[in-house]
Design a protein. Sequence first.
Length: 450
Amino acid sequence: MMSLLIMYLYFMIMFMYNNFNMIMYMMFQNIMFFSCIMFMLKISMMKNFFWVKLSLMFGIDKYSFGLIMLSMWIFGLSFLASLKVYKMKVYLKMFLMFIYLNFYSLVLCFCSMNMFMFYFFFEMSLILTMFLLMGWGFQPERIQASMYMLFYTLFGSLPLLFMMLYLYYMKNSMDFFYLINLFNTKNLFLFMFCLISFLIKLPMFMFHLWLPKAHVEAPISGSMILAGIMLKLGGYGIIRFMMMMPKNFYSYSFFIMMISIIGSIYLSLLCLRQIDMKMLVAYSSVVHMGMMLGGLMSMSMFGLIGGFYMMISHGLCSSGMFCLVNFLYERFSSRSILINKGMLNLFPSMTLWWFLICSSNMSFPPSLNLFSEIMLIISMLLWSNSLMILIMLICFFSSLYSLYIYSYTQHGKMNIFNMFSFKMNEVNEFLLIMLHWIPLNLIFLNLFIY
């Protein structure tokens, strides 16, 4: 692991002081995919894989392993999606520096066994994503969106910092495993201080106002990283702290679960009123994360594994949806559903990928979304049978808005002005979508590794 990080740093420093051409730019992406495969093979050779300790403060277990793999994959795809930055030479070296620093911070956050290191890299990844949004966004409103993102997430994380300092004062340790054995008492204030930071990062309904603004103004690489990985920090933090405070989660799980489920229904209806495709995909992310949070609050093994699978599947599916929306935006300079109609007449091959990604978003078999939702639904119904009607509404409306964005963009009467900006699809675009869809629909072959 350390050798891979040193290799990344070496190539980044070389890039900062040399004028690399297109081959070297693509080599960064190939290194990311190659390291992803090598990391997966190395872990798969270990027999009793529960916790791989890398140092005193860093280690890997089965949950952080899956999210590190997802990070490597999404960051590799973000290079392929950001070729426009290379072609236009928009501060390319600085762009790559922020991308790689963001990758390091996310990987080290997922590997952290110490609470302070977890918090440090947790906030570092947020600030680097904000720089991506401010520097390579499209509209002047990106400043307002980045401020929303900064104030919501940074001020929401301050209670988490106070809680960690209090725990260090009381227990004289910030190690996750040490606190699992000692910190098992009910304390509402510590619980709320811990939880509010992760609910904003997730985000849960009522804490989600920063997410649509950030997605609309972010570049394609920023949207892929934000939807594919950054939102998973909230779920990962809840899983980690759930092991430290099980009594608190048992006591207040009903309140959190009801807010997340009712909020998912409300936001599903809100998706059907959107005409901006990026806003629709952003709100659908909040719906999926609300479903995941409801499964985690059931405090069962089915809910835990289903929530983890939902994080992996949503990272791939949501990133693919943003890529498809970006393909249309680059050609027609609009994300409006009212303008981007009849794409079946212009891009029949891309319509197939629109159907595959949208069907995966609505949990069509054999996508990982289906298996994760089955586990989450079973865990919530075992917790309370009275949730059945609410869960049915979430599943119905989730399918409805996926069909809505597909049917409105691919069918209907084509806008005649779109003919003047017509441009054929490129091979790298098909490759980008294929690399989202294949792992999303083939992970079920090795589903029971957890």
